[in-house]
Design a binder for this molecule. Sequence first.
Ligand SMILES: Nc1ncnc2c1ncn2[C@@H]1O[C@H](COP(=O)(O)OP(=O)(O)O)[C@@H](O)[C@H]1O
Ligand SMILES: [Mg+2]
Length: 344
Amino acid sequence: MRDSVYTPGAGHSPRVLAGRDDILRDWQLMLNDVDARGRVRAQDIVLVGPRGVGKTATMSAFAALATQQGFECVNLQGVVGQAGLVESLLQRAQTRIAAESGPWHRTRAAFERLSSVNISVAGFGGGLSTRETKQPGTRLNAGSLAQALAELAGEIRQDQPHGGLLVTVDEMQAATAVDLALVAATLHRLNVDHRSAVVLFAGTGLPFTAEVLRKAGVTHPDRLFILQDIPLTLEVADARYAVIEPAREAGVTWEPEAADLIVDVSNGYPAHLQLFADAAWSAAPGPDAITLVDVQTSLPAVGAQLERRTLGPDGTASPTSRWSSWPPSPYTVDVHQSPSSPRH
Ligand SMILES: Nc1ncnc2c1ncn2[C@@H]1O[C@H](COP(=O)(O)OP(=O)(O)O)[C@@H](O)[C@H]1O
Ligand SMILES: [Mg+2]
């Protein structure tokens, strides 16, 4: 078959983001409200859930919708062991300011003030040097960062009347405490001091992110952020849609039983749905149908690959492994009694 329409692999946005209509609708409503009233109507959302459920994909969809409306998006990522969040924001600013014109350039004074100081947050005494310190002892505080972001959002709106600034942070749980505290304090300052600024925030994190925020000194993460749980599995209809719709759009038909089997063995877990659907697509001789046989042919290899990945070094299954007893050998298919499907 021709190039696959599936998107296995972390962070790859699916062609069809199944089961997220409600979240995206709420986001679109907020884009409208923030456009009309500013920060006062913003909700800083953090998508929380295990790996592979579509947090990054959903946040990318947020960013795409915001961009369509004229927002500028600054996408940051927490990386374990790197004090990088705010630093990469400032580096981004540095690069953009270098352009001859545009909103970043017009906000350069505010960012230049920021990038010449030490990052440290009250209560942390952190003092991560962002770059050459021109004014030793000056603190990059939440107030001046909020000021710079609000100014930037204002400039963006000079060019894009319905736009603003969206800052996203993927993998928040991996960011340093100093960074998280500064981000939280900055959002708070925006709420208090810049109520009409069109600045939005969205983040993602593993299930213990609220705890990480608390440890970073954010006393009530659930008041500052909307912590939105992304469930481990999609509903059956959404899972079928995730499998079938990308193919249907490309003129390829799934045998219903073939799609059902994918839903069964993945249990609707988005990362595995993509993996299995992709493998079936590749196994199908094509050109315009995927059959139960194609799925049966492709599953054992992918299942075995997953089993290897989820087995611990001592060969025992990790607590999350659903593959320790699957695929049965020799592999047989009973669509209605898949061993890994607790749904039936
Ligand atoms: N709602 C969805 N519908 C279909 N596929 C999805 C959906 N959400 C995520 N995926 C797919 O699942 C995998 C994991 O998505 P990702 O956004 O990286 O998850 P996370 O950030 O939660 O670890 C990717 O292959 C992605 O294409
Ligand atoms: Mg992710």
